[in-house]
Structure formats: C-alpha cells, structure tokens
Design a protein around this ligand. Structure first.
Ligand SMILES: Cc1ncc(COP(=O)(O)O)c(C=O)c1O
Length: 400
C-alpha cells in the first residue's frame, strides 16, 4: 500500500480516555505540519483550488435541472437504490453517462468514493490479486483494503513493474487500478499500453476517470479517447463532482458488470441512492459537455497559460502541480496567496504520493487571463520572499 510516513515520536498519553487520545493525535498532526481546517470560502476569490473544471456547477441548465428534480422528487432519494430509492433521475443520469463515455452500461453511486469502494470490493476475493498504481487515490486504497483480496502496489506508471507483478502472481485473477489523470501531479496513464499489459496476463483494468471525464477526449474521457470504451475487461469509475459540477459517482462498463455491482457492491446496496438534485444536475452537465465543446478547449487553453505562468511543464489534465521545497513553505505560500484572494491546493506529506510537498493549481474553463497572470505573479513573489529558489528540490515539474 502507498507509503505510510515514518512514525513521529510522541509522549505517551496521560490518560486512555478520549480527550487524552485526541490531544495526542492533534500533537502528532501539529508536529508533522499536517493539521487541516475547514474554512468557509469567501465569495469573490480567484479559485484555482476547486475541481469545477468546466465551470458547470453554476451553468444555468445544470442549476435548473437540480431545482426541477428537487421540486419533483424532494431533497433525497429516501432509500437504497435496491429498495425504493431508484428514481427516473437515476435512469436518466445513467443513460447520459453511457452516451457521454460510449460505455454499454452505467451504475450511479452516491459519490466517486463509494464507486471505487464498490467496484474494488465487489471484484475481490482470496483468489484475486488487486494491483494498485502507487499514486492511487485514497478511495481506491480503501476499496482494496475493504476487499478480501491480497493487495499490492507497483511504482507509479512503471509498466515493466506491473508486468512482473502480474506474471509472478499466484492468484487466478487480477484487478489492476489506475487513474487516467492523477489527482495530485496531474500526469496521465498510458492507457493503451497499460491495457495491453493487463490483457497479456488476463487482468481486469479499472480506470478511475475522476480527472479525465469532461477533460480528456473532448470531454468523453481518456478511456474513450484510447478506444477502450468497448473493451469488456476495462472498467471506468467516475465522479460527478469535478468536471460535471455536481456530486455523485458512477461505474461504467458492461451490462453484466452493472448487474454484478448492483447485487454485490456493498457501498451501493447499503447506501441511500444519490439525491435527485445532483443526479439531474450531472445529467444536464453531460449534455452541456457535448453541446459546448468549446468549454473543454478553453479549459486546455487556461491550463497551458497557467502552467507557463507557474513555470511548470503543462500536465495532461487540469491540475498543474508545483513542487515546493518543504511542507512549511508550501503552507506559507498557499496562505499568502489566499490572503491575496487566490485559492490554490496545498498538498503535504502524507497526502502527496511522492512525498514532495506541492501547490496544486487547477485550471477551469472560465478563468480569465488576468486571474491566471495574478496567480503566476503572486507565486513568483512568494517564492522570492521565502527564498525558495535556494533550497528547492530537484523533482519533476521544476519551478522556473
Ligand atoms: C482520483 C479520485 N478518485 C475518486 C475521488 C472521489 O470522488 P468523490 O469526491 O465524488 O467522492 C476523487 C476525489 O477527490 C479523486 O480525486
């Protein structure tokens, strides 16, 4: 499983009751510099931290669909999808996702997290090896942990290593999980080559398209762009909360896969159905992606300009990742930018798969030229002020 951080020595708890226990945990977080906060976001900020890549969360068609679905069905689905929680909005959503991605079948989940949890645990068992790229998202790691399978990882995007893991396995079956575009570094998987390695060893490939759908392949996703959408051994998981601007998740693949998940994915069966508003919103968003292809093109233009301003190589997707010399500098610069009205993501160990603290700037299609320029100028100023130039590490994506 991806790298646990080294244990941080901490004085033993004075008491075993909850207050002492929580205080110990808080001290460890403070010492590691990984304390997180939930701050209410001010309006009017420049947002390069969110995942609303196509700015669809505020699109009039998307909002209207959410309102209409709420008025028709109420605020919630009221039950699991297999009890009375399947509504016409779910059927419409699954049809829209099928159409967008070119897949035979779709099953909507309440989030991308539960979709990954569901598919990995439902395809598991003692005779199935789960193989994760080392940079997989926490939801896939948790899905693997929840499975009854042996689990292993291979170095990020290293297909030779994947080949030998699959060749040496003792289990009859194998499921390999990758992301089409990785969430922290923004780099992409070579899906054609990965699928070829999987095919050679009779392994199923699960592709998490959380950062690919709406972004790559004209919005239809990287799996479609690679021509793998009708390969029965390639499964797609999706979130509706990023480029589609809503909330929820889905698994896409064959009708037989949908049937299997519907009957055995615990995070589908024992979870209330996706609420009507986000289901209808995501359905409308799928239509907008296809009707307004210029949005996807604008996103890539913004990503190119943003990467140039930040002095990093442009990534495959919306995420532009800037390595920082230390967790403290990363946090300090993210706060300076925030106080100047620009929000960016700050990722520090243990949340970064490669152990390098990073600022993550996410492009979105409606970002203006002046917002992009402002982000670049503020970053350059902050780096100079923190003397980061002198101590920056030699990693991929250098700061110019
Ligand atoms: C790669 C990846 N997979 C899955 C998820 C989970 O999606 P959701 O937010 O819909 O639960 C995310 C969200 O952060 C993600 O980045």
């Amino acid at each position: 499983m991806p790298g646990p951080t080294a244990p941080v020595p901490v004085a033993p708890a004075t008491t075993s009751t909850l207050p002492g226990w929580l205080a110990d945990a808080a001290r460890i977080r403070e010492r590691r510099g990984t304390t997180r906060h939930t701050r209410v976001v001010e309006t009017g900020v420049v947002d390069f931290a969110g995942n609303d890549y196509l700015d669809l969360s505020r699109h009039p068609d998307v909002i209207a669909a959410a309102v209409a679905a709420t008025e028709r069905h109420g605020a919630g689905a009221r039950a699991s999808r297999v009890v009375t929680g399947t509504l016409d909005v779910h059927a419409n959503l699954e049809a829209a996702l099928r159409q967008l991605t070119g897949q035979e079948s779709a099953l909507a989940f309440s989030s991308g997290y539960t979709a990954n949890l569901g598919v990995l645990s439902a395809l598991s068992g003692p005779d199935t090896l789960i193989v994760l790229d080392a940079h997989m998202h926490a939801s896939a790691i948790d899905g693997a942990r929840a499975s009854r399978s042996p689990v292993t990882t291979y170095p990020h995007r290293d297909l030779e290593a994947l080949n030998s893991v699959l060749a040496q396995r003792t289990q009859r079956r194998a499921v390999v999980a990758v992301e089409s575009v990785y969430s922290v570094l923004g780099d992409a998987t070579d899906l054609v080559a990965t699928a070829e390695v999987c095919r050679r060893h009779g392994a199923v490939l699960v592709v998490d398209e959380a950062h690919g759908i709406g972004v790559l392949g004209g919005g239809r996703g990287a799996v479609h762009a690679a021509g793998l959408h009708d390969d029965p051994d390639v499964i797609v998981t999706a979130t509706l909360s990023k480029a589609l601007g809503a909330m929820g998740g889905a698994v896409l693949g064959t009708a037989a896969l949908r049937d299997h998940l519907l009957n055995s994915a615990r995070s589908f069966l024992f979870d209330t159905g996706l609420a009507p508003a986000p289901a209808a919103a995501a359905t409308a968003a799928c239509a907008v992606v296809q009707a307004e292809p210029e949005r996807v093109a604008r996103l890539h233009d913004v990503a190119a300009r943003l990467a140039a301003e930040l002095g990093v190589e442009q990534s495959a997707g919306a995420v532009q990742s800037v390595p920082m010399p230390s967790a403290e500098i990363a946090y300090d610069i993210s706060q300076r930018l925030r106080h100047s009205g620009v929000h960016v993501g700050c990722f520090r160990p243990p949340s970064v798969p490669d152990g390098v603290s990073r600022l993550r700037f996410t492009a979105h299609s409606d970002a203006t030229e002046s917002e992009v320029a402002l982000a670049g100028r503020l970053l350059r100023e902050a780096l100079h002020e923190t003397a980061a130039y002198a101590v920056r590490p030699a990693t991929a994506g250098t700061v110019a």
